[in-house]
Write a protein that binds this ligand. Sequence first.
Ligand SMILES: O=P(O)(O)OC[C@H]1O[C@@H](O)[C@H](O)[C@@H](O)[C@@H]1O
Length: 297
Amino acid sequence: MTAHDTSPHSMNPPSESTVPQNLDLSGIRGYLFDLDGVLTPTAVVHMHAWSRLFTPYLEEHGAAPYTDADYFAHIDGKPRYDGVRSLLASRGIVAPEGEVTDAPSDDTVHGLGNRKNDAFNATLAEEGVEAYPASVAFLDAVQASGCHVAVVSSSKNAPAVLKAAGLADRFEVVVDGAVAARGGLPGKPEPDTFERAAELLGLPTTACAVVEDAESGVKAGAAGEFGIVIGVDRGVGRDALEKLGADVIVDELDELIPAVERAAATSADLDTRPAAPGGATRPANDPSPSTAREEPA
Ligand SMILES: O=P(O)(O)OC[C@H]1O[C@@H](O)[C@H](O)[C@@H](O)[C@@H]1O
């Protein structure tokens, strides 16, 4: 398929055109990056924090033990309190909702989420974070090609993680968990946060690539009318990512740099052609600036 192909995502084996070497990204003018697990290895920090919360909690409740598979199936990529709700539902546990202001020691949905958040922030402060070098190389190539870039993260900690990784100034738009909550946007697996980022970049969704590693995030990409869904396999598995709707799957994003450079060259060729009678056409990678920027919380 090409990046323009908006046909329903199939579950067939990848065709020749969906392998990174043959990928056509010439219709893509914006990249919407998930953060945790795509740009930074913080999906693992989230995963450990959830485990620090739910391992003792499930034991105390006599429920089946918490495993990494639970993280991928019920929590990965979702907004904080949705993750709590999904995991509790998987064990048939009903907890009171409580309030966002609940203490981390409270056994409410919000208290449990806040307990996990304390664990996440403690690890972040202790260990810091370094972006994946291959993802930064891809980001460099995408920006050099004139495409626009946004971060779309369920996490309310996204601004802190971007800052810790030295990436805070690289994105025109950040739609994080706080922005979504303020705007009443449903989180992943719904496509709304990605759609909002495309809108803020001033691009149609069909001209945007969704870049995701989580089940809920790939589902969100497949549920919208995006130009392409790029899956990064950080543990979900290639087959699962493909079945969920990823159009191309990579282990590291730098595998796609040649495709980005080919797309930029195609666009430059188009740009040097004489304008068609009756008006010029906008090149695929027209770097005209997006003025919209949603400030993170
Ligand atoms: O940092 P917050 O706001 O608790 O966000 C939670 C979620 O943020 C996502 O980005 C992670 O991929 C999730 O796995 C995590 O649970």
